[in-house]
Write a protein that binds this ligand. Structure first.
Ligand SMILES: [Zn+2]
Ligand SMILES: [Zn+2]
Length: 342
């Protein structure tokens, strides 16, 4: 399923990908989740400096069934249901050797222009390191959701921990929700959630948000003072909006931590010197995740995280464009739309 222009998509017949290296795994896709970054490529043709050259296939939140394995593969066998980690690092550069393979100098990432075609196709080949077997009652949706969920798990980890703390989540799309689920699993004390879409705020309440605000309709920063007069300990910016970044600085208590997960459509953040300095705000940016897919799968398997409310819409492979249009327009209360292969 290829992007062929801005908001254009076509299904094309291509040959079956082949196993080349001894650690390659041929996978038949079961399901692919539609991610906000796929939508950026669909509607803008780029994210920052990463520009699509048409035709191009996106998609990186996948799960599938192993069809065939290279001679060295030990981790999975034909027939196994697996989650697919979309990052393919080189395992040799300074970043990889330092355990930071998500910022690998030669990183290839599924559905990332100039790196690798995405998994919105019936069969793909991935290295064994990207294959995580689904066990203990986990099915394809868990495998696919493990990708965004791992980002939530990682963001919470990079925040320095949230146990017993008052947490803010600004923006409640799939990533905001992943952060909430991960923070809840870790035992945060309260969850203040903002979003401009009412359906998402209702979902946040269902998932245990202790207070919700719609900053499009009410003054979030003064409203928050009622519930948390001293401010919040940790705020996760999950929508990529300058307005939310500024609100985060406003509602954090002195010594608070701001974790920026959202991907903006603009090029530069700005921040108030006086308030960030006087409050001694710590700022942490998040680049996807590293080594958190397995943790995300374990959290779902143990029942500490339940993703039942995350998937709101399903489309057949042939309806991928419809799914993208729905997600691009934030239509029908969509949280995560899934593409099913048959
Ligand atoms: Zn994603
Ligand atoms: Zn590397």
């Amino acid at each position: 399923m290829m992007l062929t222009g801005i908001r254009q998509m076509e299904m094309k017949e291509i040959s079956l990908p082949a196993i080349v290296r001894p650690n390659d795994v041929l996978i038949k896709m079961s399901v692919v989740g539609v991610c906000g970054s796929d939508i950026h490529y669909y509607t803008q043709g780029q994210i920052g400096s990463q520009v699509v050259e048409y035709p191009f296939t996106v998609g990186h939140e996948g799960a599938g069934i192993v069809v065939e394995t290279g001679s060295d593969v030990k981790r999975v066998r034909p027939g196994d249901a697996i989650a697919i980690e979309p990052a393919m690092p080189c395992w040799e550069c300074d970043q990889c050797l330092a355990g930071r393979h998500h910022t690998c100098r030669k990183l290839r990432f599924l559905g990332c222009p100039g790196q690798a075609e995405g998994c919105l196709m019936e069969y793909i080949v991935m290295p064994e390191e990207s294959c995580f077997p689904l066990s203990g009652g986990l099915h394809a949706d868990h495998g696919s959701i493990s990708e965004p969920l791992a980002i939530g798990v990682y963001a919470v980890k990079k925040s320095g921990g949230v146990k017993g703390l008052d947490v803010g989540i600004l923006g409640f799309g799939p990533i905001g929700m992943s952060v909430l689920l991960a923070a809840k699993a870790e035992g945060a004390k309260s969850f203040t959630v903002t979003d401009k879409i009412q359906a998402r705020l209702s979902l946040a309440l269902k998932e245990g948000a202790t207070s919700i605000f719609n900053p499009g309709k009410e003054d979030f920063t003064s409203g928050l003072t009622e519930h948390h007069p001293l401010g919040l300990d940790v705020v996760f910016e999950c929508c990529g909006q300058q307005e939310a970044f500024d609100q985060a600085i406003d509602v954090l208590k002195p010594g608070g931590r701001l974790v920026v997960v959202g991907i903006p459509e603009f090029d530069e953040w700005s921040m108030n010197v006086e308030r960030t300095r006087r409050k001694e705000i710590s700022l942490q940016f998040i680049r996807r995740q590293v080594d958190c897919v397995e943790t995300a799968l374990d959290l779902m398997e143990s029942g500490k995280i339940n993703i039942a409310n995350m998937v709101t819409h399903r489309f057949p492979f042939s309806g991928t464009k419809e799914a993208f249009d729905l997600v691009a327009e934030y239509g029908d209360g969509v949280m995560k739309a899934m593409i099913d292969f048959r």
